[in-house]
Design a protein around this ligand. Sequence first.
Ligand code: BES
Ligand code: MN
Ligand code: ZN
Length: 494
Amino acid sequence: MEFSIKIGNPEKQRNDCLIVGVFENKKLSASAELIDVASGNAISAVIKAGDMSGDLAATLLMHQLPNVMAKRVLLVGLGKQSEFGVKQYLKAIRAAVKALPKVAKEAGFYLTELPVTGMTVQEKTAQIAEIILDATYQINALKSKKAEAIALKKVAIFVEKAQEAEAKTALAQGLAIAEGVRMAKDLGNLPGNVCTPTYLGKQAKQLSKDYGFKVEVLDKAQIEKLGMGAFLGVAQGSDEPMRLIVLQHQKGKKEQKPIALVGKGITFDTGGISLKPGSEMDEMKYDMCGAASVLGTFKAIGELDLPINAVGIIPTCDNMPSGKALKPGDIVTSMSGQTIEVLNTDAEGRLVLCDALTYAEKFEPSTVVDVATLTGACVIALGHHASAVYSSQDALAAELIAAGEAAHDRAWHMPLWDDYQPQLDSNFADMANIGGRAGGSITAACFLSRFTKKYDWAHLDIAGTAWKSGKAKGGTGRPVPLLTTFLIKRAANH
Ligand code: BES
Ligand code: MN
Ligand code: ZN
């Protein structure tokens, strides 16, 4: 799909389909008004006749209006003008995209003109591109009969002349984010027998070819040399070979310390010997979504050639039960030297991450953000709307949350108080890998915090946001928008 920023009156555009907004109570947006006047009140007439209510997300397709050069005009309802805000804006765009006629090869969006409190024209522009690519995403990789290809090939986003330059920058960023989101969705949606640690390693190598990243994919022997006893412990139950993937994007100033992104890459989580219950276990193929979001974010910053130094670190393996698997009570020695009593083999994410977090020290990062589908408890706490943010620095948490707000990929600050730390006490090792049912997402973060003393660190628990269950089952690509926006803002402030 080809996107562009355009300027000009709606009635003068040759296009398959223009999208304009109408509010409730017959109130037209500026562009709807222009078309209405040019066409001799064609829009007012359908509203008057009751064909278009203006209710939020209602749509009506109109054909060949007099004195309007576009073949079609799609009206999209915006609801009450007094209630029109961010949520309504996003919902109206999605409704318009869903209602685009299947035959339309081009579309022109006249929606950035709508005043939305708390949204800049950049955000409004980027969201149109991101929502179109999200709503037209197809899961086709493993279907022998592919879904019908989307006809839409060209999208024009109309803005005021004075906004052209900033809209163009925003569009480039929105498209890069959408590319990253697509990659993260694709990887998440692939089954565990295809998307293996080896496969993720190949994807990283492909990214490095495409964007010039430095890449290393370490195997078991190399991981043993590093002394990653916790990561090795998780991987030992599976016949599928483990990998440690390291990507480096070095486009910032030489002396600038990098930002490291660490992604949990469990390509299937059975729970190991502490086996999970059977229902919905298939969804544990998504337990590599942290890794997928790191790869997706690298794709986005590669597309943008972002002037920043970034490292991506992905510990990836399966968590399987077998005669070789870790058993409850086993004690492993992490790369940091700290020993861990594995009371539950299903708390494997923190075991692979703790060694990756220690490994991150080697890059002397200023900031490390890890991303993981870490706990079911996080889903209980926040549901499916917000990712959880934990951080040793409130300022870093605030920065990530602000990036999430701007990217419409929201996150919420959770406590990381020392009060929770004693839940991890063990009689036999330096710590246990679980802290009991109370505050399960928090104690998981507390566990990780013990491996992050050398840098500013934040942890994103994306267990509730990385994929959707039920009929619309599928990866969401979150938190690629949050992470990419965070890095774009960091690059701008350096
Ligand atoms: N990958 C899971 C977390 C998860 C579960 C994410 C369900 C999304 C939906 C993780 O490895 C896990 O199993 N965590 C355990 C930890 C517990 C044993 C302390 C959990 O949340 O049950
Ligand atoms: Mn698990
Ligand atoms: Zn897991």
